[in-house]
Design a protein around this ligand. Structure first.
Ligand code: CP
Ligand code: NVA
Length: 332
């Protein structure tokens, strides 16, 4: 009897697809174009009622969303964005798929990409994202892994620029856990040319390879332990939950204790520039990483950030599926 053929010995189809896996994979010009197209589409949408996009540039296109972890913003913004552009979306949960009974990602990717024109994956295992992209013949978009959350950071940069103008040369500060959102913020800082000071406890610092990459790329990214030093005179303060979806629940209590000094409260906010913005990808845990008065206060743009998930991701959908015409999506 012959040995079972392992997929690792088979060469997947190499297609040169426009996968959106991480910010660092795209060049600065393409990322800027994605945000420009996103902003044009947002303006178009604000000037009319229905249909929002009369040209329906993604008519007939289907997006598959595989969500292995809970989601409110990612799910709804991708589904609604697809429909606004004339396409449609199918939301899949691994428990309802054969993947839950052991079908491989390689086979799942090869089947799904015959049905859908792009796949968004939210997964608790970063390797799964790369395995899906390796086998899929449709573009794959990272909808969050334990290692990064790139679609969130494009929305955050778009939000900053709407409120304060070009992000290049400005200073962002992160205070809290050195998590997936911070990794994408570091990559965003490098590609969009803003300074980032990230404060986390020693045990929760962002991955060294990400900091090394930022340095090699000439980015102005500094990791430190002191949240007060990080936020000093910064133009934007960013934080996130202290316990991410992929973190172990057993460690939650000790993480929270360690992170106490990193909470964004009015005293910490007062050290930032007077017109500094406060950002949080949501969902927020009031009284943990941020106090109610900051979250609801005049610096906070968290709901603009949430709205911009829709617009920024429409820019990403245009790039991944729009072919050579993708930059015209924001034109009438
Ligand atoms: N910020 C974010 O990705 O939210 P969801 O988990 O609700 O998708
Ligand atoms: N860091 C958080 C982000 C949620 C959108 C998590 O991974 O759970």
């Amino acid at each position: 009897m012959s040995a079972a053929l392992s997929t690792s010995s088979i060469t997947p189809v190499q297609t040169g697809l426009r996968h959106f896996l991480d910010i660092k994979d795209l060049d600065a010009a393409t990322l800027r174009q994605i945000l420009d197209v996103a902003s044009s589409m947002k303006r178009m949408q604000q000037n009319r009622r229905f249909p929002l996009h009369p040209r329906q540039p993604l008519a007939g296109r289907q997006l598959g969303l595989i969500l292995s972890k809970p989601s409110t913003r990612t799910r709804v913004s991708f589904e609604v964005g697809m429909r606004q552009l004339g396409g449609d979306a199918v939301v899949l949960s691994p428990q309802d798929m054969q993947i839950g009974r052991g079908e491989t990602l390689a086979d799942t990717a090869r089947v799904l990409s015959r049905f859908v024109d792009a796949i968004v994956l939210r997964t608790g295992n970063t390797t799964n994202l790369h395995e899906l992209a390796r086998w899929s013949t449709s573009p794959v978009i990272n909808g969050l892994t334990p290692s990064s959350h790139p679609v969130q950071i494009l929305a955050d940069i778009m939000t900053f620029e709407e409120h304060r103008g070009p992000v290049r040369g400005r200073t962002f500060a992160w205070t809290g856990d050195g998590n997936n959102v911070l990794v994408s913020l570091i990559e965003g800082a490098v590609r969009f040319g803003f300074r980032l000071r990230a404060a986390t406890p020693l045990q929760m610092q962002p991955p060294q390879d990400v900091l090394d990459w930022a340095k090699r790329e000439g980015g102005d990214v500094e990791w430190m332990e002191d949240p007060r030093a990080a936020v000093n005179n910064a133009d934007c303060i960013v934080t996130d939950t202290w316990v991410s979806m992929s973190d172990s629940h057993e460690e939650a209590a000790s993480r929270m204790t360690r992170l106490e000094p990193y909470r964004v409260d009015t005293k910490l906010m007062a050290l930032a520039a007077p017109d500094a913005l406060f950002m949080h990808c949501l969902p927020a845990h009031i009284g943990e990483e941020v106090t109610q008065d900051v979250f609801e206060g005049p610096h906070s743009v968290v709901f603009d950030e949430a709205e911009n998930r829709l617009h920024a991701q429409k820019g990403i959908l245009a790039w991944t599926m729009g072919g050579s015409n993708w930059t015209s999506f924001g034109k009438e």
